[in-house]
Design a protein around this ligand. Sequence first.
Ligand SMILES: [Zn+2]
Length: 386
Amino acid sequence: MLNKQTPFLRRALLLALLCCGFLLAPPSHAASSHDFHFEVSRGDVFYKFFFKTGLPGKLLKKLMTADDRAQRLAHISPGDKFRIILDNNHGLKKIIFQPLNANPLLITYSKDTFRFFSINIQPTKPLTSSTIIITKSLNYDGKNAGIESSVIDLMITNFSWEMDFSRDLYKNDKFVLFWNGEKTPSAIIYIGARKTLALFAYTDKTGRKKYYDITGKTLNDTFNFAPLKYSRISSGFQKMRLHPLLNTWRSHRGTDFVAPSGRPVYAPAKGVVKHVASLRGYGNVIYLNHGNKLTTVYAHLSKFAHGLKSTKKIRKGQLIGYVGSTGMSTGPHLHYEIRINGIHQDVEKIKLPKKLSVPTSALGSFKSKAKLLLSQLGIKQLNNLN
Ligand SMILES: [Zn+2]
């Protein structure tokens, strides 16, 4: 049965395959026996075609375990086509799998390594864009520009790792959003008076769409487990415990790391200083914000790192203070808390977001698409190089 798209798909397939041939095969005088063409009939299996070319079973095994995408070769249907191309020594050079109703797959083999290239020939919708110009706030001006609140949340969640929306945003700063027909943008670019930040969507093989900077990394950070070298955990996260000094039942909403007084404490991830204070219970305490949802707290410090003050940007691993026993404390230790949207989490159990990267195999095309968008906006320099 043919659907309406078939003629288009055929033409596109042909075009894609011509491109592959053009890019990957230098003009050669290879004998025709080195270029095998197959079409799948009912009941056919891929290995039948593979063995017809005279290639060994060991290589087939290697191919099938080289990449998840090799599994596509185990699910072939009548009408699908294969080309298996060998070099002059009868070694495998490449396989072009051209299914009837899906995107083609190109597999190359050289230096004992298989490389897989999925060729995307789906017609992509033309890019459209929307611009938010800041007059009051991102929420206010975004709404006026017709941007859904879920998209605004997404922008804040991502950009908050690099900017503070309550402080870094100025009148006439711009956000440009690019769309390719999906509910969430394909790129979000902030053009401010002082800096430019750009994020580009990438959807991985499992369908997960995330935003990455031009180097292919998400703006969020991966946390170190502990912010210091510690001897042991003396008290974990507990709903209720007998407070050692007050002798009353209290919950312990952090983790106590035992370490000698003066032991350096380092930021477990990049962030911004929210508070530096001396409080009765916490003693000398630092609050760090990481993005717009995560806060970490460091209490009972003997002293703070030099020059530490609120709104200061902190790198991962940067010294922030020293272990002490200030406030209500029975001995030198670091009381450490992680809060998400203000809610205390168990440091030893909480799964925190990790910094993600665009896979190496997709990085080249990701970067060229990103650069193309930036050049369309006349942007030459970005500040969010992690
Ligand atoms: Zn504690």
